[in-house]
Design a binder for this molecule. Structure first.
Ligand code: SIN
Length: 298
């Protein structure tokens, strides 16, 4: 069983070092306003409705890697502008399970109202069930409730750093299996599920992954898509996953964003998880997400 005695004190050193590193960053074109010590910043000085010149884009990318999730206000993006911005980070994916915006396979539309309640209120990293999961996602708010519907992000590097040394040693080399069956698969009949399982078989990813750009390590298991840890008995695997998934719930590792229409978030799925609060029913909340393909976790 994982020992969490030391954990309650949190990774104070890590938070302090990262806070100082982030405070030391200098930008010419953009103005980041941090939302928490290690995670999240609102970015001022950028107009995403116009193509970003290379210098400004390089600063946005640097802020994205540093703050892990960045936010832009008042960006009345067309679908094409939304797609163009996301494409600067890589190739885009079509989601095989979530509804797409009419005529735009790469744009997921989360449209919630009295008839359809929000179900994104579980911590996750997007499409971790894919063999090649996501680099990042760009989410735009189309319609938001007057109050509620905030999204939270968790810094999974801080979550890793917060674990006691002995637990970290134990996690080295462990592989977890990620599978869509217990989430998107639930509403499918047996035949459809089998067809989709053939297309998207369970994916094996390290429990602790290394960021391909920053080299930092983070916990990479989540309660929606991670089914088990390979090589462990069922109970041991469940207990370990429960303990690790709880790390995303620690407030010291989180930031929370309050949406307005035309707010845009860009987050790094390789080192964060997110949770959309479902506290606004029966009001409407409409969001559009474009997802950038990443690379194989290691
Ligand atoms: C998502 O899980 O990608 C959606 C997040 C949100 O609607 O805030």
């Amino acid at each position: 069983m994982i020992e969490l005695k030391e954990f309650k004190f949190g990774p104070r050193k890590f938070l302090d070092v990262r806070r100082q590193e982030l405070a030391g960053l200098r930008f010419e074109r953009i103005r980041p306003r941090p939302l928490s010590p290690t995670l999240g910043a609102e970015i001022e000085g950028v107009d995403l409705t116009r193509p970003l010149d290379d210098t400004t884009f390089a600063e946005v990318e640097r802020a994205f890697l540093a703050f892990k999730v960045i936010f832009f206000r008042d960006q009345a993006l067309t679908v094409e502008q939304h797609l163009d911005f996301a494409r600067r980070f890589g190739e885009l994916e079509d989601h095989p399970f979530l509804p797409a915006k009419d005529g735009h396979a790469e744009v997921i539309r989360f449209a919630k109202d009295e008839e359809v309640a929000g179900v994104e209120n579980m911590w996750h990293s997007d499409v971790s069930w894919r063999e090649i999961p996501s680099l990042g996602s760009v989410l735009r708010a189309v319609e938001v409730p007057a109050v509620g519907g905030d999204t939270l992000w968790a810094d999974m590097e801080a979550a890793w750093e917060g674990l006691p040394h002995a637990d970290k040693e134990r996690l080295e080399g462990l592989v977890a299996v990620h599978d869509f069956t217990h989430s998107f698969g639930l509403g499918m009949d047996r035949e459809k599920r089998a067809e989709m399982q053939a297309k998207f078989p369970p994916a094996r990813h390290p429990v602790v992954r290394t960021h391909p750009v920053t080299g930092r390590r983070s916990l990479y298991v989540n309660p929606i898509f991670t089914s088990h840890v390979e090589g462990l008995e069922r109970e041991e695997s469940l207990e370990l996953l429960r303990a690790l998934c709880r790390q995303a719930q620690v407030p010291e590792y989180q930031c929370r964003f309050r949406w307005q229409p035309d707010s845009v978030a860009l987050w790094d799925n390789r080192c964060t998880q997110h949770y959309a609060t479902s506290d606004y029913w029966p009001q409407a909340r409409v969001m559009e997400r474009v997802t950038v393909i990443g690379d194989r976790p290691y």
